[in-house]
Every structure is written in C-alpha cells, then in structure tokens.
Design a protein around this ligand. Structure first.
Ligand code: ADP
Length: 428
C-alpha cells in the first residue's frame, strides 16, 4: 500500500518538476501553465475512457492504459470478476435448492406477510393446482375455501389445517411456519390415504360397537333376571353375579361412549339451533342433584338468567354432563361442587368446579385423549371408560366451543367450556 502510494506520488510529481524547470529556463510561467493544462486534459480524457468502458459493460476487456490508470482498470476488472463468480455461485446454490425442493413429495410454498405466493415447488403446484401466473397472488384468492380463509385470518398455525381439495379429490394437510425473514413457509402434505384409513378405523369401531349392543343388552337382561331371583343362584355366587353386573354396565357405557364418539367425529354437524342454557341446566339439575346426594355431595348452581347458545343441544348436553359426572366421581363424599354459567362481552362460559383430588400438570394436556387416565388401574376399577373428556372435546369443537382445564393437586379442578359470542349468530 505504502509502495503504491509512493509510486503514485512520484508519477504526479514529475509533471510538476518539468513545469517548474521549463518556467525557470524560459523565465516566465507560460510553459508551466501549458504543461499543467496538458496534464489536466490527459486526466479528463482518461476519465472519459473509464466512463465509456463502464457504460459499455464489457468489463472483462479494459482499454489499454498505463501507469495509475492501468492499475485502476486491473483492480476494477478483478472486482468485477469476483462479483461475477459470487453471483454464479449463488445462482448455482439457488438452482440446486430449487431442484432438490422439486424432488420432494411434500409441497412447499413461500408466502409474503399478506399471504402472497412467492415461490412453490413441483409438489405444491400439483397438490394446490398452481400455475406460474399465480405467483404474486394471495393464496386465499387462488383457493377459495372458507376454511382456508378462516385459518389465515385467525393465524392459529400451531395445528395443521385439514383441507378437502375438491379440485383433485384429495385430503391435504397444510402447515404454516412463520419465517424469520418476514413471511411464511407453507408445507402441503397429501394425507388422503391416512384420512381414508382413519375413516375405515372409525367405521370399524362404530360397527363393532353397534354389533355389541344387542349381546350386551341380552347379557345384562339375563343378569338382572338372576339378581331379581336370588334364590335361583347359590349364595356363594352372589358376589360373582354382582361383579358380572358391574362389568356389564361398564361394557354398556363403553359401547355407548364409542358410538357417541364415532358420531361426533364422523357425522356432519346437524342443523344448529338456538336453545336456552338455563333450561338445559335445570334439566341437568334434576339428574345430577340426585346423583350427588347419593354420595353426600351438594351441587351449587350459579346460573345467570337468560343465557342462550346456538348449537346442537344434545351434543352440548353430553359435554356438560360428562364434566358433572367426573366432578361427582373424582371428588370425595360431602364435598361441594360448583356449577357456573355466565356470559361476558366475549364469551359464554359453563364451568364445573370440584374440590376433589386434583390433577398433576403433566397429565392435563393428555386428558382429552381417548382412554387416557391419570390413575389407570384405579379408574378402570371404578368403572370409567376413559372416553368422557374426548367426547367433551369433540362435542365442543363441533359447536365452536373450547375446553379449559385448571387443576391443583389436593385442591380440586375446574373444567370450563367457553363459546365465543362472535361465532353465535343468535343472541338474545
Ligand atoms: P373416565 O371415564 O376415566 O373418567 P374421562 O375421559 O372422563 O375418563 O377422564 C379422563 C381422566 O381424567 C380420568 O380418568 C381422571 O383421571 C381424570 N379426571 C377427569 N375429570 C377429573 C376431575 N374432575 N378430577 C380429577 N381427575 C379427573
């Protein structure tokens, strides 16, 4: 660097020395001025050549130059060559990434913050039926499905969206991940096969449960007949008979719950209708007060007047009843149970609070899974099916509601069902 600078200084010095010498010899300034003007003109000409060369864009072929200008040209040429190589490498990487993305079975698309399509791979094009002119368009404009619209509007991307693609008769799973560089990554998976298997499995369980109903009824009827005529059975078998009756009740409950669950999962939602929550609570009050009294418990009903919901009343009743059943079942005799129904600005809430054994936090996220029990051996003996909270979850989901569980070991649990007011077309 110092070497180049001293060379540059020397190059600039000799015209000055020449100008000074000629002026000295001629004893006037004109030769010096002429020499300096010549130098200036030469510099301007060099700059003009440089500008022309840059304009032409033929940057790998610089014009012939000498001295400082030759160095400028060589350095600029190196810089350009380096830039060209870096660009080529980048283009290579992008091309490779594109090719790799096109070999994937999973569809991938990049979306802007307002869900405009920036890029998609081959699988995404096939699954979503995208063509090149679709780039730049909003995804919800390209796929006009209310579910998709709602999904992007609510931005609840924690769970994938199951989309029925009517254009290619496929079932697609759409997962959205927000990107650090503003925008979203959309992953599209064809889950038609898995979905069909799920339907098959569900239908199978529903059919088996249905087929089991009759033999269980006959079996139970026979047991009841024997119970009513104890003299027909040797006394040593009485306990055995009692056990058989208990287990047949459990089987009956299990079959009924499996059938209800299959109905909630599989069937289209029947017509929703407005109904009075107060009336529903009054109906439940007669059934559950009696059941609680049997266990020495009291249910305290805190129901606000004039509460209405729009939904499938039977399904919502199953959800509320299961929560009350559990509260009675999992709290000790003589403990009070509180039932709340109220409405705030945003939602209608139905909650059941008990002062029972409570549930440890690690179990709470799993409680709505089928057959999940906190204490497996005990609950099985006590006659639970392990399906109650799964039924609650599906019944609420179908009616726009959500289940919240708060619990503390030794203190009790609160199960709340909330229904957003906005999703309720009918409000009194
Ligand atoms: P189950 O038929 O076993 O009651 P559920 O699906 O209704 O099945 O409940 C799942 C599990 O959640 C229960 O086995 C129990 O361990 C726990 N559970 C549900 N409700 C309560 C409650 N109110 N208090 C304590 N534990 C509860």
């Amino acid at each position: 660097m110092i070497h180049t600078l001293s060379k540059d200084a020397l190059r600039m010095l000799w015209p000055l020395l020449l100008a000074a010498l000629t002026s000295q010899l001629a004893e006037n300034l004109w030769p010096a001025i002429a020499i300096l003007l010549l130098c200036l003109a030469w510099q301007i000409w060099q700059k003009w050549r440089l500008a022309r060369w840059l304009e032409r864009g033929d940057l790998l072929n610089p014009p012939h130059a000498s001295g400082l200008w030759e160095e400028y040209y060589t350095r600029l040429m190196h810089l350009f060559r380096f830039e060209q190589q870096a660009q080529k490498q980048l283009a290579d990487i992008i091309e490779r990434a594109r090719n790799a993305a096109n070999t994937l079975d999973e569809g991938i698309a990049l979306l802007t913050l307002d869900y405009r399509l920036v890029y998609y791979n081959r699988a995404a094009s096939e699954l979503l039926g995208l063509v090149s002119v679709d780039k730049g368009e909003t995804l919800t404009n390209l796929i006009r499905q209310p579910m998709l619209h709602e999904f992007f509007e609510q931005q609840e991307f924690a769970k994938p969206l199951l989309l029925n693609a009517t254009w290619n008769e496929r079932m697609l799973s759409l997962k959205v991940t927000p990107l650090i560089q503003e925008g979203y990554l959309l992953r599209i998976e064809d889950v038609t096969h898995v979905h069909k298997l799920e339907i098959l499995q569900r239908d199978f369980v529903a059919n088996v449960s249905h087929e089991l109903k009759t033999p269980i009824t006959v079996f139970k009827g026979s047991l009841e007949l024997l119970e009513e005529n104890p003299q027909a059975v040797t006394p040593s078998y009485h306990q055995l008979l009692k056990n058989m009756k208990q287990q047949s009740d459990r089987m009956e409950n299990l079959v009924a719950s499996l059938l209800l669950l299959a109905r909630l999962e599989g069937q289209k939602i029947p017509l929703r209708a407005p109904f009075s929550v107060n009336e529903l609570c009054r109906k439940m009050q007669t059934t559950f007060d009696a059941r609680a009294t049997q266990k020495g418990q009291t249910i305290l009903w805190h129901i606000d007047p004039d509460l209405h919901l729009v939904g499938v009343k039977d399904e919502i009743e199953s959800a509320f009843s299961n929560l009350l059943d559990n509260a009675i079942h999992y709290s000790p005799p003589n403990s009070p149970i509180d039932v709340y129904a109220y409405q705030s600005q945003q939602e209608l809430c139905f909650a059941v609070q008990d002062r029972g054994e409570g549930i440890a936090p690690e179990h709470i996220p799993h409680l709505t899974e089928r057959f999940y029990r906190v204490d497996k051996s005990r609950n099985r003996q006590s006659g639970g099916t392990g399906l109650g909270l799964a039924i609650v979850k599906y019944a609420l989901q179908r009616n726009g509601g959500k289940l919240n569980i708060a619990s503390q070991i030794g203190q009790g649990s609160r199960f709340s069902c909330t229904f957003p007011i906005a999703s309720q077309p009918f409000q009194k």
